[in-house]
Design a protein around this ligand. Structure first.
Ligand SMILES: Cc1cc2nc3c(=O)[nH]c(=O)nc-3n(C[C@H](O)[C@H](O)[C@H](O)COP(=O)(O)OP(=O)(O)OC[C@H]3O[C@@H](n4cnc5c(N)ncnc54)[C@H](O)[C@@H]3O)c2cc1C
Length: 475
């Protein structure tokens, strides 16, 4: 039931900050990044202080109004937009964006949830430190959203995902209380870990308003190489060698098929394949070094020489300038947009035990060729983390609206084939994008019943009125 207008007026006076109600002002908040989900909201609230977030949540609790927290609205699973009922309040954290302080001796930074990831990286860099979470949406996504989705990105191999980078949280509970858990502790065994509960909860348990994050030394030098490998099994052998030789200096290890690179070469005018000949698969690996760039390059060269002698690597291109470093990374970073340039896509964000990645790809590719011979597979990902983006595109060339509809109608059966194969290989159907509404029901279907019951019990305990982002993550 929509609350009466006086109640909405009382919200306007309950907190300092913006309250948007005109359709022209709210529209941008109500459609997700990919344009797949559009909802309606009672209003958009934009508090700029944590106490005002609490006031907004208390008002929602009193009036039984569902709340949809939103950061940068770059999530890929539809978690950040409301449903079409128009009953929910959209709570935008984007104006809660102060860096509260740095503790260099403790190697931590305290930031508010609405800081963009790029803002946090920059604040750390200005103090001569590294905040290593890094992903293509970093100019727009917020640290609150990164924590709420337990985001990953390209350096998880070395530094861990958002969960591993967070030491403390400040959270507004579903009842509008403020939990001040902003501890900068690396060891704290004093009971249930509430921080870990809120991280990855996609706004369904409470609102993250601030966090204490870990900082690291800035690398003195980095080098990257694009390497041709015959198949994912050899890529995995190369990863093991790289980890043995380089240990923590190996900061990224990405896998991509030739189809992926072909898309980038077609759609990015400046992109070039820096190898003598195309290869079915490529690895992009990055080395970061505490001493210098030449030392990073020497480490990478030594690895590649040994790998060539062992017949693992057929050809390789190594960066020797910042421009080359960026050009090689660009080949990996432009895959998503190049795939998007060729029409609608069916995306999968999968996680597998590293040892089972090659078998999974072989099995899933063969099953896809048998059942869906009309599609193209666009397979890439963070191999170092066992994280594959196993994406599907229609065959190349112009398409009629009927052909587009026929392709999109494949989504359900394709998902079932891919996700059944992932589960059969001991994997997970969401590695870093969360469940939102996109994967909510499928995840519930695959989940162990005991796990399902425990998750439901946690939700009821922390949000008994089911006001926090209802309909997301859990069915
Ligand atoms: C081009 C592109 C590349 C991407 N690459 C990666 C990648 O490499 N790795 C990766 O992990 N993700 C990636 N993503 C996905 C996305 O950027 C991340 O999920 C990001 O962490 C979302 O942050 P956000 O601030 O935009 O959150 P939103 O999209 O606004 O919200 C995401 C979810 O978090 C909840 N939420 C947001 N803020 C809060 C808060 N303060 N308190 C409680 N709940 C909150 C929302 O309700 C929603 O459920 C990519 C997205 C794009 C568009």
């Amino acid at each position: 039931m929509t609350p009466p207008v006086p109640a909405l007026e009382s919200l306007r006076s309950a907190f300092r900050g913006r309250l948007l109600t005109d359709a022209a002002d709210t529209a941008a908040f109500l459609t997700d990044w990919r344009g797949l989900w559009t909802g309606q909201a009672l209003a958009v609230a934009q508090p700029d202080r944590a106490e005002d977030v609490a006031a907004v949540v208390r008002w929602c609790h009193e009036h039984r109004v569902p709340i949809v927290p939103q950061g940068g609205n770059t999530g890929l699973s539809g978690g950040s937009v409301p449903d079409r009922s128009g009953r929910a309040l959209l709570l935008s954290l984007s104006r809660l964006n102060r860096v509260r302080g740095l503790d260099l001796a403790n190697a931590t930074i305290e930031v508010e949830a609405g800081c963009t990831l790029a803002q946090v990286q920059e604040a750390a860099r200005a103090a001569g430190r590294l905040f290593p979470l890094s992903l293509a949406a970093e100019g727009s996504c917020t640290i609150g959203g990164n924590l709420a989705t337990n985001a990953g990105g390209v350096q998880v191999l070395r530094y861990g995902n958002a969960r591993e980078l967070c030491l403390g949280l400040e959270v507004v509970t579903a009842q509008g209380e403020r939990w001040r858990g902003l501890r900068g502790l690396r060891k704290d065994n004093t009971g249930y870990d509430l921080r870990d509960l809120y991280i990855g909860s996609e706004g369904t348990l409470g609102v993250i308003t601030a966090a204490v994050l870990k900082l690291f030394p800035l690398p003195a030098g980095q080098a990257v190489a694009l390497v041709a490998v015959p198949d994912p099994a050899v890529a995995l052998q190369l990863l093991q060698r790289a980890q043995d030789r380089l240990a923590a200096r190996l900061t990224a290890f990405e896998l991509m098929s030739h189809t992926c690179l072909g898309l980038v070469l077609r759609h990015v005018p400046t992109a070039r394949l820096p190898l003598q000949a195309p290869s079915p698969w490529y690895v992009l690996l990055e080395v970061s070094d505490g001493e210098s760039e030449s030392s990073a390059r020497a480490g990478l060269e030594a690895l590649l020489e040994a790998a060539m002698e062992a017949d693992l690597v057929q050809d390789a291109a190594l960066s020797s300038s910042l421009a080359q470093f960026e050009a090689l990374w660009g080949l990996r970073e432009h895959i998503s947009e190049s795939q998007g340039a060729e029409g609608k896509t069916i995306k999968h964000d999968l996680s597998l035990p590293l040892s089972r990645v090659p078998d999974f790809i072989a099995h899933a590719d063969a099953a896809m060729a048998t059942h869906f011979p009309q599609v193209r597979l666009v397979v890439f990902g963070h191999l170092g983390d066992g994280n594959l983006h196993y994406n599907v595109s229609p065959a190349p060339g112009p398409r009629t609206p009927d052909q587009v509809a026929a392709f999109l109608a494949l989504e359900g059966p394709v998902n079932q084939l891919v996700h059944d194969a992932v589960i059969a290989h001991g994997g997970s159907i969401s590695a870093e994008h969360g469940l939102g509404v996109l994967r909510r029901d499928e995840a519930a279907r695959y989940r162990d019943p005991v796990e399902q019951r425990l998750m439901a019990a946690i939700k009821v305990a922390l949000d008994p009125l089911n006001l926090m982002n209802p309909g997301k993550l859990l069915p």
